[in-house]
Design a protein around this ligand. Structure first.
Ligand SMILES: CC(C)(COP(=O)(O)OP(=O)(O)OC[C@H]1O[C@@H](n2cnc3c(N)ncnc32)[C@H](O)[C@@H]1OP(=O)(O)O)[C@@H](O)C(=O)NCCC(=O)NCCS
Length: 169
């Protein structure tokens, strides 16, 4: 009779997401820095992060880490009664591919629905990630409030490689 070997498969715990607090700001800066350097995220000053901290959610590390352990973040910027933008979405590179980005987006979309918004836009160099979550391709010119707020003063406005995507709620 052949021996039956049982293998215990330990699944990683499901990512959790909570509202950000001012105490998270230094870690938010550290988390976003490499993606600001690569051009995937717009830079945000310490002042801007503190002023808009209530727009952010964060994903804590599954186990405590020496740096306090924020492994992901995202924010919801409201432009009007109908429209908001997902911004500052980042997952630490060693935690990517484990559902953290999806969990952050689920929290942001739930927040947008609860606020009674009707669409959420993103301007991104990673459209495939957003399409996977149900967003549709769009044109950034459809969002003049966003263009006025950010694009008009962006140094890359004439060589922008970001794609607009939108989720109807
Ligand atoms: C884009 C990003 C937030 C995704 O986070 P993540 O935690 O790796 O994503 P998840 O593990 O939750 O992936 C959810 C789904 O999207 C898919 N996905 C993730 N990144 C993707 C990408 N770049 N292109 C296509 N699909 C992607 C995953 O395969 C997964 O699909 P599945 O559920 O069928 O397995 C992360 O890669 C990141 O921080 N990138 C650098 C910063 C950045 O570009 N931010 C976006 C600015 S708008």
């Amino acid at each position: 009779m052949s021996a039956v070997s049982l293998r215990v498969v330990r699944e990683a715990p499901a990512p959790t997401v909570r509202p950000a607090t001012l105490a998270d700001v230094p870690q938010l800066e550290a988390l976003m820095a490499p993606y600001v350097a690569s051009g995937d995220l717009l830079p945000r000053s310490n002042y801007d992060l503190c002023r808009h901290i209530k727009e952010y959610v964060v994903a804590p590390a599954p186990a405590p880490t020496p740096d306090g352990g924020i492994i992901g973040c995202a924010s919801l910027k409201i432009y009007s009664r109908a429209l908001a933008e997902v911004a500052g979405l980042a997952v630490r590179s060693d935690f990517q591919g484990a559902g953290v980005g999806r969990a952050l987006m689920d929290a942001i979309i739930a927040e947008a629905r609860a606020a009674g918004l009707s669409e959420v836009l993103a301007l991104t160099r990673k459209p495939a990630f957003f399409l996977k979550l149900g967003f549709q391709p769009s044109e950034k010119e459809h969002f003049p409030l966003k263009v006025w707020a950010d694009c008009a003063r962006c140094p890359r406005q004439n060589c922008c490689d970001e794609v607009a995507v939108v989720l109807k709620l």
